[in-house]
Write a protein that binds this ligand. Structure first.
Ligand code: G1P
Length: 299
């Protein structure tokens, strides 16, 4: 019987440089895909996986992220007074229970590994999930829920993985693969952002992890790696051979919302799914394609 995964870390300290100027005064995690900010998608995914404690590793100017999940008496009263039942329901779904959300600070952007380490005192001695809000996964069963189900069977460390084009391996943590069974792949080695020619495979980590607390001990002394940052992948490599460690080929589609084109793709996919505007979005897309095909002179 595995110890239950109750806590999740959300590294949200990044500067959002790739999304300037949109992110100059607003955290990138607040960029909306259709009608919800990125952070809400990942928090909802974690909730669906049974997570009870939500730890934001944030930085200067990011307190709006906590506010987003907080009860706002003023807004609540106004909506009640105006009889806005639907809007009240939307907000009810959003609120976390008292004490469920906590934030720690990462004073300097020293890398993902350092961000995770900043949450060590709140996690303590139990397994923890890590979710990167840049990665949205559209799936029938939310990605982290799939992973928790697998974790309950096999334990140890689990990272969500997918094959990427070889020319993109230098954007990811990449696996050297051992035995494979169903969606699980034994991890034999991990390399952060290898050049395509040096990558041990194309099977790459996307932003969902279930980790054992030993990761904090390893992160404590982790030297900076790729990009001169303290890399989570490097600390994870130190856990290989000390218990089960698997890559999990999740079911679903991942959208890289840290990238402008990926963000637009997510907006289209989630727009098509949307119960209110899905049909309209479909028509817009069809019209756009038709315009492209007929050689719209404005493009
Ligand atoms: C981080 C991790 C990398 C992982 C990626 C997934 O990289 O360091 O191992 O593959 O997230 O999105 P980043 O995107 O922060 O450069």
């Amino acid at each position: 019987m595995q110890q239950r995964v109750r806590k999740a870390i959300f590294p949200v300290g990044g500067l959002g440089v790739r999304f300037l100027p949109a992110t100059k005064a607003m955290p990138k995690e607040m960029l909306p895909v259709v009608d919800k900010p990125l952070i809400q998608y990942v928090v909802e995914e974690a909730r669906a996986a049974g997570i009870e404690q939500f730890i934001f590793v944030s930085s200067h100017g990011k307190s709006v992220l906590e506010d987003h999940f907080d009860f706002s008496p003023e807004l609540h009263e106004t909506l009640v007074r105006r009889g806005k039942t639907r809007e009240l329901e939307l907000l009810d779904e959003l609120y976390l229970e008292a004490g469920q959300i906590a934030a720690v600070r990462q004073p300097e952007p020293l890398g993902l590994g350092h961000a995770v380490w900043c949450a060590r005192h709140l996690v303590g001695d139990e397994p923890v999930a890590v979710l990167l809000p840049d990665d949205l996964v559209r799936a029938r069963t939310p990605c982290l829920k799939q992973m928790v189900e697998v974790y309950n069977e096999v334990g140890g460390n689990i990272v969500a993985v997918m094959d990427v084009p070889r020319e993109h391996t230098d954007r990811y943590g990449v696996l050297k693969c051992g035995r494979e069974k169903d969606r699980l792949v034994e991890v034999q080695a991990l390399v952060e952002k290898p050049k395509p020619a040096a990558a041990p495979s194309t099977l790459s980590i996307i932003g969902r992890y279930i980790l054992q607390p030993q990761v904090f001990e390893l992160l404590e002394n982790q030297e900076p790696g790729a990009g001169n940052e303290v890399q989570l992948t490097d600390a994870l490599a130190g856990m290989i051979g000390h218990g089960p460690f698997h890559g999990y080929r999740f079911e679903g589609t991942r959208y890289d919302c840290g990238d402008k084109a990926g963000f637009v793709a997510a907006t289209i996919a989630f727009g098509l799914d949307h119960e209110k505007i899905g049909t309209a979005v479909r028509q817009i897309l069809l019209d756009q394609v038709q315009q492209l095909e007929s050689g719209d002179p404005a493009r």
